[in-house]
Design a binder for this molecule. Structure first.
Ligand SMILES: [Zn+2]
Length: 577
């Protein structure tokens, strides 16, 4: 006797055998129970999910000699004939090969006659969307006034190609892709009956290859059994189906989560050794991380995960060890690698780089923690975003009427200051800290210029362009490039008078003021304040950038967005403590 393929041998014969379409069988059984049976049914859904099998079960349930019942008996002549495909009153028509109007005319002739043996005459038209327009029109006439002894069951993978006039006269049932776990369960039932030794892991690989179709899964299983016999080893299934070994995926993610770069690289070497396509592996890894992400985000009581029970258990364990934020960042890295793998000549290198990057990602600080930290710093009234960024400015503090408040040695918390304000009258504050007195830095030239800038901004900014040649209480000698506008301006009498008065206040003496041109190429002249500030700002940027890039949050942001650090700006009025 020839070998009967599993899909035929194990074709479901009752509604309870039908895997993954409980919503359909429940409704059909209720209809049979209540006697409210439509005259035309449309079964839609992907291939191999049980449409034709359901049509036959329905035909049996409607014509069973034991009486119309929610489950056929499968032993009476009517049931056995339908199972064998020999029942004269059940006509199976393949829409794909009987597309013409003549075929439908013949059908219409046939419809007129009463069933010869069964309760109903049943027409099962598979791939009904393949019928021609004329054939549909001919069929429509019958559907509009069907004789009571006739039932139609249409099946199609493409319901959108069926005319609306036909659709509206049918009771429609949408068959679903069968969840992986259910396929595995059914396969397990079958292999146990067949006396085949095969692991759940292998059955899962088979079912995944079947991609939600029971018929395809059974065909794959046939193929595996033809190759392996009754004793199936996982390695054989892996190599036969060309699937990525799940263990390799688990190992790779475990190594990434454990920050084990050595193992990560070993795994890539193994992937290469087994001859897997790097992009396929990357894709499987993305899928694996997606499953972890969903498990982490919504828990496993969800139909978003198409996994077997055994896989779920392993994933649940792995998901425990890794935060959601990290999973998202890992996925970002992998998705980028996947894009690159599409057009690189170095797929192994791209995968290695991506995995090493993932294994060395700094742990993410949750956003709410960062916000809390920022709030705390704000409440305390100062500090750059994190205590790790420590930089104390050395140039003179900006002079100005508001300067004294801002540069007070230990600024009180803002809130306290606000509360204290009404009870501290403004004049007394003026007395305590004269508005014109900027903070002294110890560099008397810089301090003097700051004072001038505070009182006479125009003069101050011109002084900034001068090189301080001599700065003492007796003599202020400032050099300017020859022909500089500042030199001429500062030499006029009004400017001189104003400067003299400010110098008197600053030095508590009356220094001689000398503004003179510098000889061209006079190398000995000290840099003017503007240059000094520029140099200091550059140094400040360097230090700030170093501090910023070593901050985990910044490093992560650069990682995720693939950017570079352009500028670091100290928060205005918030000196580091
Ligand atoms: Zn029966």
């Amino acid at each position: 006797m020839s070998y009967l393929v599993l899909a035929r041998k194990w074709r479901p014969q009752t509604f309870s055998d039908l895997t993954g379409q409980e919503h359909v069988s429940q409704t059909l059984q209720n209809a049979i129970d209540s006697g409210r049976i439509a005259h035309a049914f449309l079964f839609t859904g992907a291939r191999g999910v049980g449409k034709t099998s359901s049509a036959r079960i329905l035909a049996k349930a409607l014509t069973c000699e034991q009486g119309m019942s929610p489950e056929p008996c499968n032993v009476c002549p009517a049931c056995t004939e339908i199972t064998a495909g020999t029942a004269v009153d059940v006509l199976e028509i393949d829409g794909a090969s009987n597309t013409g109007v003549d075929d439908i005319r013949e059908l219409r002739e046939n419809v007129k006659y009463l069933p010869s043996r069964l309760r109903y005459k049943i027409f099962i038209i598979d791939e009904v969307h393949m019928l021609s327009t004329n054939a549909f029109n001919a069929l429509l006439k019958t559907l509009e006034e069907p004789p009571p002894h006739v039932k139609f069951i249409f099946a199609t993978t493409e319901p959108h190609k069926v005319p609306i006039t036909i659709l509206s006269r049918c009771q429609r049932f949408d068959f679903r892709r069968i969840p992986l776990g259910k396929v595995v369960g059914r396969l397990r039932h079958i292999v146990d009956q067949e006396g085949i030794a095969i692991s759940d892991a292998s059955l899962t690989m088979v079912a995944r290859k079947g991609d939600g179709s029971m018929r395809d899964s059974l065909s794959v299983l046939d193929q595996v059994l033809a190759f392996c016999g009754d004793q199936v080893r996982d390695e054989e299934v892996v190599s036969l189906l060309g699937v990525v070994d799940r263990r390799l995926l688990l190992d790779a993610t475990a190594a990434v989560f454990g920050r084990d770069t050595r193992t990560v690289l070993d795994i890539v070497a193994r992937v290469d050794e087994f001859g897997y396509n790097m992009r396929q592996f990357c894709g499987e890894l993305i899928d694996h991380l997606r499953n972890l992400l969903i498990l982490k985000a919504v828990g496993d009581g969800t139909d978003l995960l198409d996994l077997s029970e055994a896989e779920l258990a392993t994933l649940r364990q792995q998901a425990e060890s890794v935060p959601l934020d990290d999973l998202q960042r890992h996925l970002t890295v992998l998705l980028r690698a996947d894009g690159e793998l599409g057009h690189t000549s170095f797929p192994r290198l791209v995968l290695e780089m991506a995995l090493v990057k993932m294994a060395t990602l700094a742990p993410a600080v949750p956003v709410d923690q960062l916000l809390e930290r920022l709030n705390r710093i704000e409440e305390e009234g100062g500090g750059v975003a994190d205590a790790r960024v420590q930089w104390r400015p050395t140039p003179p503090a900006p002079a100005g009427s508001r300067a004294p408040e801002r540069t007070a040695a230990t600024p009180p918390p803002r809130t306290a200051e606000r509360q204290a304000a009404p009870s501290a009258p403004a004049p007394r504050r003026e007395e305590a800290k004269p508005a014109s007195e900027p903070r002294r830095t110890g560099d008397s030239w810089a301090d003097f210029v700051a004072l001038v800038k505070g009182r006479k901004p125009r003069l101050g900014s011109m002084l900034e362009q001068g090189s301080p040649l001599v700065v003492t209480a007796e003599r202020l000698e400032i050099g300017f490039p020859e022909g500089a506008f500042a030199l001429a301006s500062l030499r006029d009498s009004d400017s001189q008078a104003a400067l003299k008065e400010l110098a008197r206040q600053f030095f508590s003496a009356e220094p001689v003021l000398v503004m003179r041109p510098l000889a061209p190429g006079a190398a000995e002249a000290p840099p003017n304040l503007l240059e000094k500030k520029r140099v200091e700002k550059e140094q400040q940027q360097t230090v700030l950038k170093q501090a910023a890039t070593s901050h985990p949050a910044v490093a992560d942001a650069l990682d995720v967005f693939g950017g570079t650090l352009a500028e670091v700006e100290p928060l205005e009025g918030k000196e580091p403590r």
